[in-house]
Ligand binder design. Structure first.
Ligand SMILES: [Zn+2]
Length: 451
């Protein structure tokens, strides 16, 4: 999943496949659930949020949840509802910025589109994922000869200068005039976009233009992820933030259920991968929604009539909020606080912030250190400089909403929110091992707490 140059719907789809292959059964929110201990399940919302849970063999309602939280989305450019643009005989595609991307890194990249199309399929309405596997779009830089400051300062306007080129008018006319595309019932959605773009999508999916009801198209880099560095110790890839965490969460959960500890576990092992973290999480499928609580309540009430089982479960639970961390940058060392410089190969980062931009407390930090020790995983510390604003994660907002003690962790990376990011290969194994240890050991560590 980390290596796929595709947007998050595909990550969710891949996650579902990995879980299904490991024996997790799909549940629908719309249906009645009949869940049992020693069984594993997953559910999606909007096909962009994925929640999985494995119910320990000795689970009783009112017992705690061991929850890993991460986000599936990443900053990207998305095609506007009316994207057809033409300037100086160039066919261009209007795009909207999703999240806080380092947009300057999108210039001079070989781009394509991927995403989901909603189609009428007979009597049903269905989602189809697609990806055009060649560079069809580009946002060219202006030449340094025409913008003399380019070499020292690069300024651009998100509305005016980020519009990619799709084709030229002359070529489009030459190649498409012989086969007119319009039919009498050509739907409006197709009129809002260049017909050659719509044709390319229809060709990719092998569907008719008339069957498309709506779509959500993301621009992506065509360059595949790569292992890099002289000693093959780095990963260069789009969307490490936060598909790295999602991948490790799935692996950690799946691996933990293969051990004997699952059959005797008194808790529910849960993994919540939410959409829309990069834009504030306040959506039906985001971390600010009621989704997490609704699912936990369902699980608490599944087997008996203890009406307070949910309330009892909250203080017994722990949420590990996992999002990528800032590794120290050798060219910008002054950006990090002197004593807190997470680096490659040195462990998973525990993030702390006294202004509560991260949710870690002394207690949740202590539990995480025990979990790391039992899993044989090193940890590193991060606090932001006092004179620098601190980023945040799902951790504070979900712990405040649910009242669940939470710790913020993540693997160290560089180039966060760039079109192409960078981390080290060992962080994948360390994070997988940490999460597996969390699921295996949390219930026994929790039993030791005199708090
Ligand atoms: Zn993130």
């Amino acid at each position: 999943m980390v290596s796929l140059p595709l947007p998050w719907y595909v990550a969710v789809e891949e996650g579902c496949q990995l879980l299904a292959a490991a024996g997790f059964k799909e549940l629908k929110e719309t249906e009645k659930w009949n869940v049992k201990p020693n069984n594993k399940y997953y559910v999606t919302r909007n096909k962009s949020t994925l929640i999985a849970f494995a119910i320990g063999g000795n689970y009783q309602p009112g017992n705690g949840f061991a929850i890993l939280g991460a986000h599936t989305d990443s900053p990207c450019l998305k095609v506007k509802p009316i994207s057809k643009k033409m300037r100086e005989d160039f066919l261009q595609v209007g795009v909207e910025c999703y999240g806080g991307g380092s947009w300057h890194t999108w210039f001079d990249r070989d781009l394509t589109i991927a995403g989901r199309v909603i189609i009428q399929n007979g009597k049903s309405i269905a989602q189809r994922l697609f990806h055009i596997n060649k560079p069809i779009l580009r946002i060219p830089n202006v030449a340094i000869h025409l913008e003399r400051d380019m070499g020292t300062k690069f300024e651009w306007n998100k509305e005016n200068h980020l519009t990619p080129i799709l084709a030229t008018k002359i070529t489009e006319e030459l190649l498409t005039s012989a086969k007119p595309h319009k039919s009498p019932d050509f739907p409006k959605i197709a009129e809002n976009h260049h017909s050659c773009l719509i044709s390319a999508i229809c060709g990719e999916l092998d569907v008719s233009v008339e069957s498309i009801i709506d779509f959500e198209l993301c621009l992506t880099d065509t360059q595949p992820a790569a292992i890099g560095g002289l000693f093959d110790e780095f990963i260069f890839s789009p969307r490490l933030d936060n598909l790295h965490s999602c991948f490790c969460a799935i692996k950690g959960l799946v691996n933990s259920t293969k051990s004997e500890s699952f059959e005797t576990d008194t808790m529910i092992r849960m993994m919540s991968l939410f959409d829309n973290e990069e834009v504030g999480s306040e959506t039906a499928q985001g971390g600010q929604s009621t989704l997490q609580e609704l699912i936990m309540r369902r699980l608490c009430s599944a087997q008996n009539h203890n009406v307070l089982a949910y309330e009892e479960s909250i203080p017994k639970s722990l949420m590990v909020s996992c999002d990528m961390a800032h590794a120290v940058h050798p060219n910008y060392t002054e950006k990090h606080e002197d004593q807190h410089k997470p680096n490659f190969h040195k462990g998973v980062v525990i993030k702390t912030n006294q202004n509560q931009r991260y949710a870690t407390t002394a207690i949740t930090g202590a539990i995480m250190r025990k979990i790391a020790e039992l899993g044989g995983v090193s940890v590193q510390e991060f606090v932001v400089r006092n004179d620098t604003p601190c980023g945040s994660t799902l951790g504070p907002l979900m712990s405040a909403k649910l009242g669940i003690p939470t710790v913020d962790v993540g693997a160290a990376q560089l180039s966060m929110h760039s079109i192409r990011e960078m981390c080290d290969t060992t962080s994948v194994k360390m994070t997988c091992d940490l999460f597996e240890s969390f699921y295996k050991n949390y219930s026994s560590i929790s039993a030791q707490l005199e708090l």
